[in-house]
Structure formats: structure tokens, C-alpha cells
Design a protein around this ligand. Structure first.
Ligand code: ZN
Length: 99
């Protein structure tokens, strides 16, 4: 669970959510959008996750194969982006309002 729905008081989970700019309650369908103040933080996530992935690939992926490095960067940055979103929502750095 990442949030509690204001309408039906049921937990809104992360399942099936690829982006977090808008989220739906899977129980009652209420749509939430990110508060404008949270957007500034949210917009940094792609840069942070790609930055960390590139750093990791440079330091820990020893192969010279550019294809493997690219795959590594794509997948790690995707995972990091996802984790960052979930973490920031959990610690309330990203907040939502009902649309
Ligand atoms: Zn709901």
C-alpha cells in the first residue's frame, strides 16, 4: 500500500502502476493527481535514477560490451525510478490531491 483512498478508505497499492503522476484507486476508481509542489521533486527522479545507473555501470560492469551496459542502465534506472517514487510517496515527499 502506498496511500489510503480518501473516498473508500481502502489501501491503494503499487500494483500495475507504471507512472505515478496520476494514480487511481483500484477499489472505487477515484483519481488522484500529484500536488504541484511534489512535481518539482518528481521531475528529478529520471535524472537521479539514470545518473546512479550510469555511475554503477561505469564502476561495476567490467565488460566493454556497450549493449550489455545499455541494458544494465535501462533496467537499473527503471527499477530505481520505481523505488524512488514508492519511497518518496511513503515518506510523504510526494503528495496527491483528489481530482
Ligand atoms: Zn477508493
Amino acid at each position: 500500500m502506498i496511500l489510503e483512498c480518501q473516498e473508500c478508505k481502502k489501501p491503494i497499492g503499487y500494483k500495475g502502476k507504471k507512472a505515478f503522476s496520476h494514480i487511481n484507486c483500484e477499489h472505487c476508481g477515484t483519481t488522484y493527481e500529484m500536488k504541484p509542489s511534489s512535481w518539482r521533486i518528481y521531475m528529478l527522479f529520471p535524472f537521479i535514477s539514470v545518473g546512479i545507473s550510469v555511475f554503477l555501470s561505469v564502476n561495476f560492469i567490467t565488460t566493454e560490451d556497450i549493449f550489455i551496459k545499455a541494458i544494465f542502465i535501462f533496467s537499473v534506472s527503471y527499477i530505481l525510478y520505481y523505488l524512488l517514487c514508492v519511497f518518496m510517496i511513503k515518506i510523504n515527499m510526494i503528495q496527491y490531491i483528489k481530482r
